[in-house]
Design a protein around this ligand. Structure first.
Ligand SMILES: C[S@@+](CC[C@H](N)C(=O)[O-])C[C@H]1O[C@@H](n2cnc3c(N)ncnc32)[C@H](O)[C@@H]1O
Length: 235
């Protein structure tokens, strides 16, 4: 459902890679498999979140639904939220194939999703928050704060720049991607920095802290990849 005031950022318009295209959704898992071990990522994340059969999880930018499917096995309900119908179709097909009935697929985004179920024990956003410019990241974090139960966890995995030599880190990352997946992966990485909205780690920290999150851990890898484990605190 679209709910856009005249000044609201239109999160249904894709910047950079167009995940609204079925062709992108089709190649997504294979392409990301060239530089990520998604199964291992999900296992480590879910071990740490330590959800129980009563828990609710909201995954923003759920993509092809691998995290949603893995989480649904240990949760009461997973809300898989994405602005791309093509990605949601892949996620739904996965859930059906795996016989999972406790995932709600929501065609919505960080800025217009309305959470109506029980408050979430955890909210996750893996490689999705960078689709919003910084001001709108802040609005999204304020909304997520309201969706989380007291003491709930927010997990963010994203491409984030550090002070020092960010342009060098980007060049190194592009070449690493080229080594792993040739020109298509290198071009995706270049497009990411040219057209999407990755930001500095200190901006991310400021946004998180100002919107009521205590950062428990900030983990960096490969120069530009970051993971934030955060706890909701009272505002
Ligand atoms: C790079 S994919 C990440 C998919 C998955 N979370 C993963 O870790 O592989 C980014 C996803 O975020 C979605 N997306 C983009 N803007 C969004 C927004 N404002 N709200 C929710 N999802 C969004 C895209 O449609 C796409 O499916």
């Amino acid at each position: 459902m679209q709910d856009i005031t005249p000044f609201q950022f239109n999160e249904f318009k894709q910047f950079g890679v167009d995940y609204g295209l079925s062709a992108e959704a089709e190649v997504y898992d294979e392409r990301h498999g060239q530089f990520r071990d998604v199964e291992n990522e999900n296992r480590l994340l879910l071990d740490r979140l330590d959800l129980d059969p009563d828990s609710v999880l909201i995954d923003f930018g759920a993509g092809t639904g691998r995290l949603a499917a893995a989480a649904a096995r240990g949760c009461r309900m997973v809300y898989a939220v994405d602005v791309s119908e093509a990605m949601l179709a892949k996620a739904k097909a996965r859930a059906e194939a795996e016989g999972l009935s406790n995932i709600a697929f929501c065609h919505a985004g960080f800025l217009n999703y309305r959470h109506e179920g029980a408050k979430a024990a955890a909210v996750t956003a893996s490689f999705s928050l960078h689709h919003l410019p910084d001001f709108w990241k802040g609005i999204a974090l304020g909304r997520i704060h309201q969706m989380l139960a007291e003491g709930g966890t927010l997990f963010i995995r994203d491409i984030v720049l550090q002070d020092g030599d960010p342009l060098g880190a980007i060049s190194d990352f592009v070449e690493t991607q080229r080594g792993l997946g040739g020109d298509p992966l290198a071009e995706d990485a270049q497009m990411h920095f040219r057209e999407e909205f990755s930001t500095y780690d200190w901006v991310m920290r400021g946004l998180l802290e100002r919107h009521g999150f205590r950062i428990q851990d900030e983990l960096f890898s490969d120069g530009v990849l970051a993971e934030y484990y955060c706890v909701k605190e009272p505002l």
